[in-house]
Each structure stands twice: as C-alpha cells, then as structure tokens.
Design a protein around this ligand. Structure first.
Ligand SMILES: Cc1ncc(COP(=O)(O)O)c(C=O)c1O
Length: 386
C-alpha cells in the first residue's frame, strides 16, 4: 500500500493521539484493558462470517470454528444449554437488541413492546424500524422500570402477548429491572409463560452479573428469551462488537436457507465481521472465571472510592447493586466536557472500567466535580464547617 509522506504523517499523528489518550475514558463503559497484538497478522485477510456457524458457508475465510466456541462459552455463562440456544457475534449491543425485537415480533406479530424511559436510545429507533407498537413506561428513581405502571399499561392495553424489553444495567444509572417480579406480575394478570417474550438488554452488566456473588435475575434460567451484550464494553475490543444469544427453537423459526452462500440466514446483516469473533475468542481463552471476577471486583472498588470521595464532600453519589456506574448530580459543562462524562437530564455518571486500576486516575475528575459542585468544600473543611 503506497501512501504519500503527508498521509503517513497524518496517520502517525493520529496514532500518537490514540496512544496518549488510550486510557482517557471514565465516562463511558468501554474498557481499554486489552492487548490483541497476537491477532494483528489476521488483518491481512478478508474474513467474512456470513451465514450460520453451525452449517458453514461457501466462503473459505471464515472464523466459524471460533464462533462456535465463543457461543458455547456464552451459553454456559447465561445458563442455557448449547443445544437449546443459538447466537452470534454482532456489531454491538444495538444490533443484538434489534435482532431480539425482530425475533419477538416474528413470534408475536400482534405484540406490543414495553420498555422503561431509562432504556438505551436504540430502542426508539428499533421500534420505528420494525414498526412495532410500543409503550414507554416510567422509571423509578433507581432507574428500574416502574413495575406498577408496566402492569397497569399491559392490562389497559389488553395485550395478550407483551414483549418486555428489560434492562440488565441501564445506560445512565446501571439499574437492573427485576425480571422475577415482572414474571410474577404477568402471571397474576393471567398470562402464561409461553404468551410473552422477555429480552434482556445486558450491554454492560451481561459481563458483570455472572461473576458476582448475589446477582439479580438475568439469565435464561431466570426466564429471559434472549440476551444482548456489547463485546467492546466489559470484555474490551478494538472494534465495537456484541454477543447475542437466544433460544434456538425461536431462532429456527426466522431462519431461511440461502443457496447463494450455501448456508442459513438469520442474522441482521449479511456479511459479518469475522475478526471480531477472534477478539472475543482470544478474550475468553485468555481469562479464567477468577480473572473476570477480579476485574469486576476492581471496578467495584474503584466505584466505591469515587462514591466515598464525593460523599465526603456532601455530594449525593451512589450506585446500584452490582453496578460500576456511579451516579451524581450533573456538574457544569466545563467539567463533563473536560472529562468526557456522559450526562442525561440532571445527572451525570462515571463508569469505572477495568483500565482504571489506580485511584490516582480518578482523582482529577473527582477534584473537578467537587470544585464545581461544592466550590467552598476545601476551605470549609479546613475550618471544620462541613
Ligand atoms: C443499556 C445499553 N443498551 C444498549 C447499548 C448499545 O450498545 P452498543 O453501543 O454496543 O450498540 C448501550 C450502550 O451504551 C447500553 O448502555
């Protein structure tokens, strides 16, 4: 590949910029804690995973053998047998959500999707794309769905096939909807289990819940029909990707034989990224369960440090159970812009991902938040007036 000196300089400048900033992130759930250099040599190849890894396809350069292993790992993690589940490596959490809503709509063509106002913005786009009737339900202050409103709405809609879009870790507050309670409430309404669908949007927390001592219900054993996780969040990946897993008997109903690729088609896109499969494969092969647990515990320890510092300054900072998302009042623009913090309405958050492995990395943002929200804190504290 021939590039001019100017173009090479531009690339080099960008490389230096990336290197300098690779650990900048305290505001979004992307981990920078990975090293896939062992896979660099595969950038020479045009790998394409179109179709179904169970069957293979007519394109020699695919990573189906790796995808098979990755999906076996995630079926175990999300507590469903490999035989009873099917999924694939997608382009990210949004594609997993789209796939699941499409699946649910095909199974329940007259169903309505119910989701909380705390749900990721992808849902509004997905219901538009699929043209599915949808109801936005209010949220509790924790960020969980308002269970009473949810059931009242389903009842008043006389909806006999509700599609529940549940959050296992909301975007802003890291809240997990109680799918056990939702199923109980639906049964009180007289709905049998086979008459509704539950999708778990577990973009970040899908890689947290399996590794904590007391997880909220999140798995197939707990009642979900599909689950979607982002690969570039807790796992970490240089290219965004995701894991989608659903019940095989359901997926088989939407799949079609395609002679052009000599495979079956049931994925959102045709051509699929085969390199991302290698990233996910290398991540799971190079980590033991104890390694993941250690990573998650470190995230929680760092989150508790942020909360302790902010609370010492009388700033209302908190996190949901089993979440590394620290919620606090929205600071001034200069603070969230300087530290690339996400804000929504009157709150902001810090997310302590695995690349944050020392408290010193968090101190600059904590100090700016305190300076902004409690400008006299240092002075008052010295005078003993806090
Ligand atoms: C709860 C939730 N769902 C879905 C998504 C979308 O995931 P992705 O960016 O991988 O498409 C996000 C992203 O932040 C999220 O927080």
């Amino acid at each position: 590949m021939k590039l001019s000196n100017d173009d090479l300089c531009k690339l080099n400048e960008f490389w230096l910029y990336c290197k300098e900033n690779q650990h900048f992130n305290v505001g979004y759930p992307e981990s920078a804690d990975f090293d896939y250099s062992v896979l660099e040599k595969f950038l020479k190849f045009s790998i394409n995973n179109c179709g179904d890894w169970r069957i293979g396809n007519n394109y020699k350069l695919n990573t189906f053998e790796f995808e098979r292993e990755v999906m076996a790992f995630f079926s175990k993690l999300f507590r469903i047998s490999n035989k009873e589940s099917w999924g694939y490596i997608s382009n990210g959490g949004t594609e997993g959500n789209l796939f699941s809503c499409y699946l649910a709509r095909e199974l329940f063509p007259t169903g309505t999707i119910y989701y909380s106002e705390e749900t990721h913005y992808s849902i509004a786009k997905i219901v538009k794309m699929l043209n599915i009737p949808a109801r936005k339900i209010s949220s509790l202050s924790s960020g969980e769905i308002n269970y009473v409103h949810l059931i009242e709405q389903i009842q008043s809609d006389k909806q006999s096939n509700p599609i529940i879009f549940a959050n296992i870790g909301t975007t802003m507050r890291g809240a997990t909807d109680d799918i056990e309670r939702i199923q109980h409430d639906l049964s009180v309404l007289g709905l049998d289990r086979e008459n509704y669908y539950i999708h778990a949007d577990a973009a970040l927390s899908g890689m947290i819940m399996p590794f904590v001592d007391d997880p909220q219900p999140y798995s197939f054993e707990d009642g979900v029909d599909s689950i979607s996780v982002s690969g570039h969040k807790m796992i970490g990946s240089p290219i965004p990707c995701g894991i989608i897993l659903a019940k095989r008997c359901m997926v088989d109903q939407i799949s079609a034989d395609i002679d052009y690729i000599s495979s079956r088609d049931q994925t959102v896109t045709g051509s699929r990224n085969g390199h991302n499969v290698l990233f996910m494969w290398a991540a799971i092969k190079s980590h033991s369960m104890a390694d993941w647990r250690r990573k998650i515990n470190q995230c929680f320890e760092m989150a508790d440090y942020v909360i302790e510092r902010l609370q010492q300054a009388s700033i209302k900072a908190w996190r949901n159970k089993n979440s590394n998302t620290i919620v606090f009042p929205r600071p001034s623009d200069w603070v969230w812009r300087k530290h690339c913090l996400a804000t929504s309405g009157d709150v902001a958050h810090i997310i302590t991902m695995p690349h944050i492995d020392s408290k010193e990395q968090l101190d600059p943002v904590i100090e700016d938040i305190i300076t902004d929200l409690r400008p006299n804190y240092g002075i008052l504290n010295v005078c003993g007036q806090n």
